[in-house]
Ligand binder design. Structure first.
Ligand SMILES: Cc1ncc(COP(=O)(O)O)c(C=O)c1O
Length: 381
């Protein structure tokens, strides 16, 4: 029995959402997208939402709206996907890495405080795997002058003590990339409570233009646009936005299914001392985007190979970013700089987790993990 790592939850049926867009005049960002943005605002209780064509471009547009530029430092966790650091680097600013908590794998107010400098302009906390960083705590150590942009790529459904992404930050950014809990293939969204930031973002999201496609032709006449800031091309076309409302509607029900699978894995692996799991954060609703386990780094790659040979798909989320060739070369990081992230990154393996993963497939994953660990442990002894 093969168990793929990931199965998206869309099917040919979703074409019915796209058909009305094809029958309309606007294929790019128009009313369909605006309706989705209004729905996202309602979900998170925020006044501003902007659909983007990826998390990455949404983050670039956000950092441009905050005028992040060379000489500035932006704090990011060492344990994340490279995009979190790359957007800072792309703008010529310096990504300053903070290590993570060994149990939750999340950046903490303390790890951020340790790397704050007078040049720190922003922090990008990452709600890794779907569990939220303590944003209120982060605000307390960062103060009001330092911007907080939440990387909520893994955390559309999560909250902490009832606070959802966007509650205490300048902005939170979601990803609707192909493997995410909610997807339109490639996409994202930025939410914010800050009107000034939102006004700038509406320009930086589209080349710095003062008017998008719809507004340029408002009232059936051509309206001039101006370029008011530097921007990127980050808008999401309606063709893709049309795929989102049904999934947003179903997100809570799908989360229950994800939770059931994750709980089964936790019950199976929680007491196995050869494995480490991400510790639940007290008061958090976990969005259950990924289910990583950690094995002894000396056996990690053989473990992946053995699972793959048994037909179980798995991936690595992630190797510690400062250990990757580009960042190591550029900033000269060594193995002792971010020891918690490095160690987790050397041992972590993500197991299949998606709403349609059947119970017998889950049991197959659990059995294979145990069997392969038994064999590898015996071999190492
Ligand atoms: C934590 C994190 N941040 C950012 C991104 C980038 O998202 P996108 O592919 O939508 O640009 C990802 C994507 O996998 C991610 O996992």
């Amino acid at each position: 029995m093969k168990v793929p790592f990931y199965k998206h939850q869309l099917s040919g049926e979703a074409v019915r959402h796209i058909a009305p867009v094809l029958d309309s005049a606007i294929l790019t960002s128009g009313q369909t997208g605006r309706d989705v943005e209004a729905r996202i605002c309602a979900c998170f209780g925020v006044p501003h939402a902007f659909l983007t064509n990826s998390w990455t471009n949404g983050a670039l547009a956000s950092l441009l709206a905050l005028d992040i530029s060379p000489g500035d430092e932006v704090i990011v966790p060492a344990m994340t996907f490279i995009a979190t650091a790359n957007v800072v680097e792309l703008l010529g600013a310096k990504p300053v890495f903070a290590d993570v908590c060994p149990e939750t794998l999340l950046m903490t107010p303390e790890t951020v405080k340790a790397v704050l400098t007078p040049r720190t302009r922003a922090v990008i906390p990452v709600h890794l795997y779907g569990q939220m960083v303590d944003i209120a705590g982060l605000r307390a150590v960062a103060g009001d002058e330092i911007h907080i942009i939440e990387d909520a790529a893994h955390c559309f459904e999560g909250d902490l003590h009832g606070d959802k992404p966007g509650a205490h930050s300048d902005a939170a950014i979601f990803s609707f990339y192909a493997t995410k809990n909610i997807t339109c293939g490639e996409g994202g969204a930025v939410i914010s409570r800050n009107a000034e930031f939102a006004e700038k973002l509406s320009a930086t999201r589209l080349h710095g233009m003062s008017a998008g496609a719809v507004d340029r032709f408002r009232n059936e006449k051509y309206n001039h646009w101006d370029m008011v800031r530097m921007g990127v091309k980050a808008n999401l076309p309606d063709l893709l936005a049309a795929l989102l409302p049904e999934q947003i509607e179903a997100a809570d029900a799908k989360l229950e299914q994800r939770e059931e699978i994750a709980s089964r894995y936790e019950a199976a692996f929680g007491n196995d001392e050869r494995l480490r799991l991400q510790k639940p954060v007290e008061g958090a609703r976990h969005a259950r985007h990924l289910f990583p386990v950690w094995v002894d780094p000396r056996m990690r790659d053989d473990f992946i190979l053995a699972l793959n040979s048994a037909g179980i798909g798995c991936t690595v989320n992630y190797r510690s970013v400062p250990t990757l060739t580009y960042y190591r070369g550029r900033y000269g990081y060594g193995p002792d700089h971010f020891p918690v992230s490095e160690n987790w990154g050397q041992g972590t393996v993500s197991l299949p987790l998606y709403p349609t993963l059947e119970k017998k497939a889950q049991i197959r994953v659990i059995d294979c993990v145990r069997r392969e660990l038994d064999q590898l442990t015996r071999k190492a002894a």
